[in-house]
Design a protein around this ligand. Structure first.
Ligand code: 3H9
Length: 699
């Protein structure tokens, strides 16, 4: 028998204990072990029941995702689950930790289910671009009804044991050791003469409006298809005999397995975990981290302070004046009351944070004891240097001095202190207590344990931390600036901001670039343009000033009620601002451009080509260590659709030779902008993909 399943006897009960750390994924060896375990129990004299229980952190985290995309190996999970369910013995699942996807499906194939109160169950396959493929879409609705089952599987959410019991998924919730609980419960079932109770033999639930549900869920998915396909699988289960419903589920599952969306989402799953796992940090101990200083209590500083407070850190926030300090405290209190309302913290914790754990101060000396300090002051080098000089003066030896700058040179900031090895960039995204991305900007002299501490901070704040090198805009804003420029060029050549936003939202972005600009504030881009013009723009670069005119008229986007769009009827009811197209048309006329039509497909192609090209430069120059670092930056900070995996995964799927050919075409019109990344040319020449680089980095 496989060493993944331990077999033991407890009176009349055979116990199959799963031992596949870290999370008991249902790998081939586990499936074989369960199969053999069932065979052995059925042949074992006197055994009347089988208990399946997991060892370690989980019952089962689901199918082994590393096997996806490879030829399936027997025994297949749906067949194994049918075999478990069909056993003449009474079969019981005892759940703890998580029972997800195939893990919950195994439990649903058992005749009874018990769980500890902390157990969580769910069918998260949609997050991998799939549907439950081992009977989940067939068995769950028989226990919960169609609507509850569709809610669980189309959202992929994890449900706590008590809710699962209410839904009918769990028969008993009991505190204690999962194995002993399971044995006691199974014994009580045997003592009571409880019958076998295969879910597949239960009555089918009532039908719903299948087409309506399919369409609603499809439109909610913003281009992602798998949630809607759950509806069709459940429909088959309601309309057909069990075996046929199961076959329909399997076919949809296998079809989805072949999709780009499945590839994109599984890339996202593993990259999300790999991104904070840097080979260079293996064995490097982070510095102690308990007390954090924040300089500046504007939206960004208050968001960073909130995030730190919610993650259990003591926070001292410095503002220039008592009035500004009070305003900062109010902002933080507002953020915390949001967390309280959403049930993220208790009233006691909320009060303790505000009354005891947060201090707002106005003198630098109060920062003498902090382990790490993050400045979030005005984006101006001279201002930053003044702040860092003060920090250098007051902070204890070994304290980490971090800047939240979004584009300034962290090397220059570091060099202005007497301790450049302690200086790092920690670039949060606004609102910092909500957005998941954290760019950890490593300057030339930053010490490895300072980098490790940055990642530790990110982990404790539940951020997705990405290592970035120093350059203008680091990873994310540098790439953003290039694809935004591509969009601006398309506007000069004939596309409207509204066509561009529409095309990119249809591609799957949460918002198009012009809607994003309105949200962020058009004054930000205006300030960047002014800075760049002051630094001197290359005469070969195309430039435009129509957006400046909007700003000069006081239109900064959502915050002033008008930008590219008019928000008089609310942020969601945006309509094009009628002042914008005349400004664009005037600019085109002035530059002597005859506008042409752009299809949605061409808009996406050019925009994405610009994004991929800059991303390849960022990787080629070592600003991002791996392509997956770029993918996670765009996914978690820039609204890139998760089901496409990230720009470089998307590029691999579309094909690098095709993308290169597009860029070579575009280069003929504008050789200055379309300077092709050497890394992209190299990969195409070698017949490789970006993912090959990810794999090489992991090896
Ligand atoms: C499915 O079941 C399909 C079926 O319906 C039909 C089949 C026919 N496989 O996240 P963590 C690894 S689809 C392989 O850091 P946590 C993970 O990569 C599946 N590996 O810990 C990591 O590895 P490393 C449906 C897996 O405590 C390590 O375990 N199930 C799997 O924050 C620790 O993970 C899901 O979608 C897996 N299934 O969270 C569940 N799961 O250490 C996906 C984890 O090398 N998993 N690993 O980086 C999760 O949601 C979380 O991992 C979990 C633990 C909540 C379990």
């Amino acid at each position: 028998m496989s060493d993944k399943i331990a077999y033991s006897r407890h009176g009349d009960i055979a116990v199959l204990t799963v031992q596949n750390p870290p999370v008991n994924a249902l790998s081939q060896a586990v499936r074989q072990g369960l199969w053999d375990g069932m065979d052995r129990a059925e042949a074992d004299d006197g055994v009347k029941a089988v208990l399946i229980v997991g060892e370690g952190r989980a019952f089962f985290a689901g199918a082994d995702i590393t096997e996806f995309g490879k030829p399936p190996m027997e025994p297949y999970l749906p067949v194994l689950i049918n075999r478990i369910e069909a056993s003449p013995l009474l079969v019981v699942a005892s759940m703890h930790g998580v029972s997800l996807g195939g893990g919950l499906e195994v439990a649903l194939g058992c005749h009874y289910r018990i769980a500890v109160p902390s157990a969580r169950v769910g069918l998260p396959e949609v997050h991998l671009g799939l549907i439950p493929g081992a009977g989940g879409t067939q068995r769950m609705p028989r226990l919960t009804g169609v609507e509850a089952a569709l809610d669980v599987m189309t959202t992929g959410r994890q449900i706590k044991a008590d809710e699962a019991a209410k839904l009918g998924l769990i028969d008993e919730v009991r505190d204690g050791d999962p194995k002993q609980n399971g044995i006691d419960y199974t014994q009580s079932l045997l003592d009571a003469g409880a019958p076998r109770r295969p879910v597949s033999e239960m009555e089918t639930p009532a039908a719903i409006d299948w087409d309506g549900a399919f369409e609603t869920i499809l439109s909610r998915g913003r281009g992602q298809i798998s949630p809607a396909w759950c509806v069709r699988a459940v429909q088959a289960g309601v309309e057909k005999p069990f075996a046929e419903g199961l076959a329909a589920e399997r076919k949809i599952f296998m079809d989805l397995m072949e999709t780009d969306q499945r590839q994109g989402m599984i890339h996202a799953f593993f990259s999300e975990r790999a991104v904070g796992n840097l080979p260079e940090l293996k064995g490097v101990e982070p510095r102690a981290l308990q007390h954090i200083g924040v300089i500046g209590g504007g939206t960004m500083g208050a968001g960073i302070a909130t995030s730190a407070l919610l993650s259990g850190f003591q926070v001292t926030l410095l503002e220039m004046t008592p009035e500004a300090g009070e305003a900062a405290r109010k902002r933080i209190a507002g953020n915390l009351s949001g967390a309280l309302k959403r049930g993220k913290i208790s009233q006691d914790k909320h009060d303790a944070i505000l009354n005891n754990i947060l201090s707002v101060v106005t003198n630098y000396e109060a920062l003498s004891d902090v382990d790490l300090v993050i400045e979030a002051v005005f984006e101006e080098m001279s201002v930053k240097k003044t702040v860092f000089a003060e920090l250098d003066r007051v902070c204890k030896k070994g304290a980490i001095l971090a800047s939240n700058t979004s584009y300034l040179d962290v090397n220059e900031i570091a060099a202005s202190t007497s301790r450049p090895e302690d200086v790092i960039g920690l670039h949060f995204f606004s609102p910092a207590h909500v957005m998941k991305l954290l760019e950890i900007v490593v300057a030339d002299k930053t010490a490895p344990d300072v980098v490790a501490t940055g990642f530790e901070l990110g982990k404790r704040m539940s951020k997705i931390s990405v290592r970035a090198g120093v350059c203008d805009g680091f990873i994310g804003n540098r790439i953003l600036s290039t694809y935004r420029t591509a969009a601006d060029h398309m506007i000069l050549d004939g596309a409207s901001p509204y066509e561009i936003d529409k095309a990119l939202e249809a591609f799957g972005f949460a918002m198009g670039p012009f809607a994003v600009a309105d949200l962020a504030g058009l004054d930000i881009g205006w300030a960047v343009r002014k800075r760049k013009r002051a630094e001197g723009i290359d005469p070969a670069a195309r430039d435009s000033s129509y957006a400046d005119k909007l700003c000069e008229d006081g239109h900064f986007g959502q915050k002033t009620g008008k930008g590219y769009y008019d928000y008089s009827a609310g942020a969601k009811a945006r309509v094009p601002n009628p002042d914008v197209m005349p400004l664009i048309e005037a600019e085109r006329a002035q530059q002597g451009i005859s506008p042409r039509e752009f299809t949605a497909e061409e808009i996406v192609r050019r925009y994405m080509a610009a994004m991929v090209n800059e991303s390849a430069k960022v990787v080629g120059e070592g600003i991002a260590r791996r392509p997956l670092d770029v993918d996670m930056t765009l996914l978690f900070g820039y609204g890139f659709p998760r089901y496409r995996g990230g720009p470089l995964k998307w590029a691999d799927i579309v094909g690098l030779p095709e993308l290169l050919a597009d860029m070579q075409e575009y280069r003929k019109e504008d050789p200055h902008f379309w300077q092709i990344a050497p890394l992209l040319e190299q990969l195409v020449a070698e017949g490789k993909t970006f993912d090959d680089l990810n794999k090489a980095a992991a090896a």
